[in-house]
Design a protein around this ligand. Sequence first.
Ligand code: WT7
Length: 632
Amino acid sequence: MDFQIKSFDDYKAKYKASVDDPEGFWADIAGHYKWQKKWDKTLEWEFKTPSVKWFQGGKMNITENCLDRHLETRGNKLALIWEPNDPKERFIRYTYRELHEKVCKFANVLKAKGVEKGDRVALYMPMVPELTVAVLACARIGAVHSVVFAGFSAGALADRINDSSCKVVITSDGSYRGTKEIPVKGVVNEALKSCDSVEAVLVVERTQWSVQMKEGRDFWLHDELEKVDANCPPEPMDAEDMLFILYTSGSTGKPKGVVHTCGGYMVYAGYSFANVFQPNESDVYWCTADIGWITGHTYIVYGPLLNGTTTMMFEGVPTYPSPGRFWQVCDKHGVNQFYTAPTAIRALMAAGEDHVLSYGLYDLKVLGTVGEPINVEAWEWYHIHVGKERCPVVDTWWQTETGGIMISGLGNHSPMRASYAGYPLPGIQPVLLDQEGNEIEENEKEGYLAMKFPWPGILRTTYGDHERCKNTYFAHYDDYYFTGDGAKRDKDGMYRIIGRVDDVINVSGHRFGTAEIEDAINSRDELVAESAVVGYPHEIKGQGIYAYVITKQKPDNPDKLRAEIIETIVKQIGRIAKPDKIQFVSGLPKTRSGKIMRRILRKVAEGDTSNLGDTSTLLDPDVVEEIKEGAL
Ligand code: WT7
């Protein structure tokens, strides 16, 4: 891969070049891809509105770069390995030629169902090979994919389908995850009761359960595939045409649809993958994320395939059938680069070393983490027991909105330090800002993490509501993209991410707005008067969810009420948003202007009531005592 950085000195030189002449730098990287027509203008931008356009006038299709471009030299090389939930079931492998054919056929099925360039298609699927094929099939014909993580509830799915008026939904009959059997199609059926835009549903057969199919609307994928051929030329796309929407939570309101576009996202996904993971031609790369999150989009599907790498997808969970599963799979397929989340590492660490010590893991070269800050203890366990102290650990900081990795080690070419993400990738210009929005120039300081220059993978808008994009990311500080994270820069200029500074909580690497969970709780308005949700440190999940709830009447059976509240959240958002603790209170600590003092609630939730600050100015100081006493 010819734009791979080769040493730390090389990095420093490239970094400098990328800041001195960002357009020249990215134009050079973009030149490595196949463009049907070269771009006229590399970059046009301002962060006020905001408006960012990369490679304007360029025509391309990302799937031509992920698939067709490799056929001559890598046609018989493995593109995709799929490892099933049950280790006894057969795994599946596709070469680049096979994947290309499957994508073309699937794309023709979408066309036959009336999907056209620009139409939105929702994907609500388990981690089966057809999910990767479906993502690429959409991109092939210029349809905008909106993948919704299959752990979200029917209500959450319906909201997302409706927000972007999806025309088609792709799903499966059911799914297996660990010992669980999940009725995926049932959830879709429920969701579609309130989705008028959906004209067709394509159903992948995975479990062979009998499911309800609606005549004229629902079709089995395997039946439809029989009616099409494998000839489907890639749709010519403008670089700034929409590639996909991915919903993510923020501090206010409903989740928003982050929009990424074709050209810039492609360039950034490919470049960042090649440099962070440093794959060689014969390597097998495995990212354990779900394609329902940005990590899966960029680093299971697009990044690896853009580089002609063999990418693996895994249907199951880290602990099934035992907490040695990840390592067994690494040995089975000879995994060279392994990318997972701190929460998974902590869970496996808690299960004991024996599970990892029985595997050789000889092929591993690079280990990665993503999604939340990794504590030193978990980092060391990963480095020592998984990487046998010979593999660099790349702690990759980025966001749904950034499209790809922003701050991270680059294979073994950068210095690493436990709990530090490290240095920005070339082309990335992070700054730390103080309260007033002034740049903090010195090192050994903490501040708000922001970006002062665009990179090709930056989000372009939030679907259907550009104002919201502006207010969320570009209005806090003039002329900066604000990340919502706090960070520290050490004496050597390495970045350490501290965590969110807004009302977003990160549970096992999944993002939730506290407001979103509060809205779900408050929807039980016959029982609930008010609620406040905060995050607190959780040993495995990073953060746990702590809900303070004021009920209309004193609950006579608190446990029953807790179960009801949990059920409501599971229904409205999904099982991943279940609170860990629910405390019933008679009031919340509020300022005289009525603002909830979340700082106090966070302190109590984390079990630290020693230093709550001055509570005498609160509307009702007594309530703090009550909350402290009832803390769970
Ligand atoms: C938020 C973004 C990007 C893919 C997964 C999550 C946190 C992400 C790290 C890291 C510390 C991290 C941040 C960020 N985060 N990676 N290496 N160290 N924190 O994507 O759902 O968009 O969440 O995850 O708080 O803002 P996301």
